[in-house]
Ligand binder design. Structure first.
Ligand SMILES: Cc1ncc(COP(=O)(O)O)c(C=O)c1O
Length: 387
């Protein structure tokens, strides 16, 4: 396919109140921490937004019927998953969704389980709702992070009501296989545990042979106990527009979820809906080229990091995030170490596992290379100093 989109083009994000860039405002630190990409959104999205902005009236907006239909077709075509319009609940963000699930399932002092390391709101959501958190570490088998099913089963107690699944998994980049999801679903079915499946990264599969499987698509029984959370925000780089959705086929669960939202959770904003329509419907070429670009960035990160003394990272099947183990390096505070070297990474402790850092490679390649060079220089100097 011809390259139509220039992901190499520098985009100056200063003056846009960017969370990612303003953290290091005025400092020579390349920000590779929070999960948004430095790329322009697809042209179809920008055109649709401009058209809508030029209309000039920004009143309360209903969920567009057209968007529901786009999502229903997308789920069927991409994943063979048949959903109904009534199952879709629109949300202004997926962190909102995660917290809502914790409130909607069970009662105070119940237990919520998740597999660590994981996206920080999975660790704070249960406590925000007066629930207890059970953390079960993923285990490294070969160079792949896997669920520890024995540990999961052993850790379930009579108050465990909810499992927070992240698939594809931020930060380890796994795309879980059917047999892994089935084993997890079997355990949850056996113990009557509701599954919250955050699938926000499902459009960012980098391994050509891999397919995303929504866990709710495994069986009617699993669908019945699953709340799926999705959004166009990661794939099409729209996180500032706050438009996401839950798919809940079980009417009772949906009722509890809606009750937890009532009067508190705002509507999705007008521009979020407009962007979502153009992203899902009109941005396929951009999406395909993005994945090609990210795949090369990923390969660059993995080969560079795995050459750095004391650092390692495993294959990344999805997301634009690399999970880097620094424990063999002897560096006490890896985030500070790399900030001092001019690269801003995300602290592993916040994902439940100190000794790791997360690197966001959703940026132009020249910037990524510069960051990797800075990291390599600093780590080689450090290794030279200690050995
Ligand atoms: C797994 C996961 N869920 C949710 C979010 C954030 O969702 P939102 O910005 O819609 O709240 C992220 C952002 O990085 C994420 O990685």
């Amino acid at each position: 396919m011809a390259d139509h989109y220039n992901f190499d083009a520098p985009v100056d994000r200063s003056g846009t109140y960017s969370m990612k860039w303003d953290k290091y405002k005025g400092k020579d630190i390349i920000p590779l921490w929070v999960a948004d990409m430095d790329f322009l959104s697809p042209p179809a999205v920008r055109d649709a937004l401009i058209k809508r902005i030029n209309h000039g009236v920004f009143g309360y907006t209903l969920p567009p019927q057209e968007l529901n239909e786009i999502i229903i077709s997308l789920m069927e075509n991409e994943y063979g998953w048949n959903i109904e319009k009534e199952w879709i609940v629109w949300l202004p963000g997926l962190v909102t969704g995660l917290n809502l699930v914790c409130r909607a399932v069970g009662k105070e002092n119940d237990y919520v389980m998740t597999a660590i390391p994981v996206y920080p709101p999975f660790l704070t959501g249960p406590g925000n709702s007066g629930r207890n958190l059970i953390k079960v570490p993923l285990i490294k088998i070969g160079d792949s992070w896997k669920f520890d099913f024995q540990h999961i089963e052993k850790s379930i107690n009579s108050g465990t009501r909810l499992f927070l699944l992240c698939n594809p998994h931020n930060p380890v980049g796994r795309v879980y296989e059917r047999d892994e999801l089935s084993s997890l679903a079997d355990i949850c079915n056996k113990h009557k545990i509701v599954i919250s499946s955050d699938e926000i990264h499902c459009g960012l599969l980098l391994e050509p042979g891999k397919r995303h499987i929504p866990i709710a698509s495994l069986s009617p029984e699993t669908a019945d106990r699953t709340i799926t959370l999705m959004a166009p925000s990661k794939t099409f780089n729209l996180p500032g527009l706050g438009c996401s959705f839950a798919v809940i086929s079980n009417a009772d669960l949906r009722k509890s979820f809606n009750a937890a939202m009532n009067g508190i959770v705002p509507r999705v904003n007008t521009l979020g809906y407009i962007a979502a329509i153009a992203a899902y419907r009109d941005s396929h070429d951009w999406h395909a080229e993005l994945l090609d670009y990210l795949r090369i960035n990923r390969d660059l990160v993995l080969s560079a990091v795995n050459m750095m003394p004391g650092l390692s990272s495993q294959p990344i099947e999805a997301t634009y995030l690399a999970w880097i183990d620094t424990r063999q390096s002897g560096i006490e505070d890896p985030v500070k170490f790399f900030e001092d070297a001019g690269v801003g990474l995300f602290e592993g402790r916040e994902f439940g596992t100190p000794g790791f850092v997360r690197l966001n490679f959703g940026c132009r390649r020249s910037l990524l290379k510069k960051a990797l060079e800075r990291m390599a220089t600093a780590i080689k100097k450090h290794a030279g100093d200690i050995f």
